[in-house]
Design a protein around this ligand. Structure first.
Ligand code: GDP
Length: 308
């Protein structure tokens, strides 16, 4: 039923969206009680292996866990790098776990349109820990950051400097960093990386939460660093629930959701009008022909839209 409700929420049909909104509004009193954790990292860093161990740790403690994946690739390729059925094999068989491998890549609204609704639906179904997984390749991080309480970045020791450079923006969003695959030959490198990253994180300005991001090394294979990560998240929750940041952050996220929804609905409405679509095409060629300033062209569209 949960899977069906999420499918309904992800549907682009207006009738489905009305139904889904009705459903979620009725369920609202049952939502909000989970811990929402975002997990990101480049493909191959070990996300699914980590989430599997982390999830098993939680279900062993009788906690219900749901994993949602936000996959920016699915919009373009219609396939999904996260959709591989063999991922998280054990966790997916666990009756306390719910795994939703792909978010539909809805081109109009970006990668994470309906993930918030999916979170609420899982919460209403009684899931206590939500994991929102995304691939560390761009704007999906910011989107996910805006819908979770704790943002965890998975990194490899000894990846090239260029890569770490790209990651700087994402590192600034992280509440915790896990250096993965800290086993075998990698063990020493991982410890060195831990010290380096911890140092780098100190250079960022203090966040509003009063929390200082921490770096942990882990080996999902040897089951190390998994307990520590859970403990780290607990510490974060104790601090931010104590100082009021937790609630404030969720309120702020709701306002961002509201703003984003306005923009999304406007875009959807704009794309529904055939006339406007044609006008947009004409203006696009005018822009390419250097006949009109892009901002002025946008103005014309908005004026036409509100006149109609
Ligand atoms: P994802 O693409 O980020 O989800 O990465 P995966 O979890 O699929 O892992 C990619 C590869 O790294 C797989 O071959 C895993 O077996 C391997 N891997 C994952 N975690 C560890 C670990 O802790 N130690 C070692 N040595 N290998 C790991």
């Amino acid at each position: 039923m949960l899977a069906q409700a999420i499918t309904l929420a992800e549907s682009l049909r207006t009738e489905d969206q009305i139904l889904a909104n009705q459903l979620i509004e009725e369920l609202l009193p049952l939502t909000g009680k989970s811990i929402r954790i975002g997990i990101t990292g480049v493909p191959g860093v070990g996300k699914s292996t980590f989430i599997e161990s982390f999830g098993k740790l939680l279900t062993t403690h009788s906690k219900k866990i749901a994993v949602l994946a936000v996959d920016p690739s699915s919009a373009k390729t219609k396939g999904s790098i996260l959709g591989d059925k063999t991922r998280m094999e054990e966790l997916s068989k666990d009756p306390l776990a719910f795994i939703r491998p792909t978010a539909t890549g809805n081109t109009l609204g970006g990668v994470a349109d309906r993930t918030r609704e999916a979170i609420l639906l899982c919460e209403a179904a009684g899931y206590e820990v939500m994991i929102i997984e995304t691939v560390g390749v761009g704007q999906s991080e910011t989107a996910v950051r805006n819908m979770v309480d704790f943002f965890l970045l998975l990194m490899l020791a000894g990846a090239g400097d260029e890569l770490q450079g790209i990651k700087k923006g994402i590192m600034e969003m992280a509440d915790g960093v896990v250096i993965t695959k800290a086993d075998g030959e990698n063990f020493k490198k991982a410890n060195q990386a831990q010290a380096d990253f911890q140092h780098a994180l100190h250079l960022f300005s203090d966040s509003d939460s009063g929390w200082k991001p921490k770096v942990i090394t882990s080996s999902a294979l040897e089951k190390r660093g998994i307990n520590e990560t859970w403990k780290l998240i607990q510490d974060y929750l104790t601090l931010t629930k104590g100082n009021g940041f937790f609630e404030k952050n969720r309120d702020q996220q709701n306002l961002v959701w509201f703003q984003e929804s306005i923009q999304l609905l406007l875009r959807q409405q704009l794309s529904k009008s055939k006339e406007l679509k044609q006008k947009i095409q004409t203006l696009e060629s005018d822009i390419l022909g250097k006949k009109i300033l892009p901002s002025r062209a946008a103005n014309q569209i908005i004026n036409d839209f509100f006149k109609a």
